[in-house]
Design a protein around this ligand. Structure first.
Ligand code: GDP
Ligand code: MG
Length: 163
């Protein structure tokens, strides 16, 4: 079977935008199981000759702070179960938040390879703002812009290196 890459992060960081860039039109399955909290969207992708599946774990995002935390915790656990590599996405505009740190804690304990992608780096001036994400402890954060597509090559290089 193809290796699996899961994208995890708070609502609105840009997971679905980046997922769509990774898969193009190769949307494979939309799971619609009765347990709605496990819904996620799969696609397929390929980079440097390596094929893999991608999961957008943010298919269902519940409102309110408590529910939001509950749903991202579940997403993180799902990603740990299913993925070979996890892309942990944060948002340079909001900076490093407490929810990011919570998710990081769960991912850290998983022992899975984690690639930190900092989205919404829409211009080079923003590049300096990604360094605080080193504090997450997963190595070099990669600045990307899902809107513009910049940094996607660097992100995919880092992902397939772990496959
Ligand atoms: P998700 O909730 O994590 O799946 O995030 P979405 O992909 O739905 O994006 C949330 C919002 O952020 C949308 O309004 C997107 O248009 C916006 N967005 C996504 N990527 C970028 C980016 O690179 N730069 C900027 N400025 N906005 C972005
Ligand atoms: Mg989404």
């Amino acid at each position: 079977a193809r290796p699996v890459v899961a994208i995890v992060g708070r609502p609105n960081v840009g997971k679905s935008t980046v997922f769509n860039r990774m898969i193009g039109d190769r949307l494979a399955i939309v799971e619609d199981k009765p347990g709605i909290t496990r819904d996620r969207i799969y696609g397929t992708s390929e980079w440097n000759g390596k094929a893999f599946s991608v999961i957008d774990t943010g298919g269902i995002e519940l409102d309110g702070e408590d529910m939001m935390l509950k749903s991202i915790r579940m997403q993180a656990e799902l990603a740990i179960e299913e993925a070979d590599v996890i892309v942990f996405m944060c948002d340079v505009k909001s900076g490093l938040t407490q929810s990011d740190e919570e998710v990081a804690g769960i991912l850290y304990r998983s022992g899975k390879p984690i690639v930190v992608a900092i989205n919404k780096v829409d211009n080079m001036g923003r590049m300096n703002d990604i360094y605080e994400f080193y504090n997450l402890g997963f190595g070099d954060p990669i600045g990307i812009s899902g809107s513009h597509g910049s940094g996607m090559g660097d992100l995919l290089d880092a992902v397939v290196k772990e496959l």
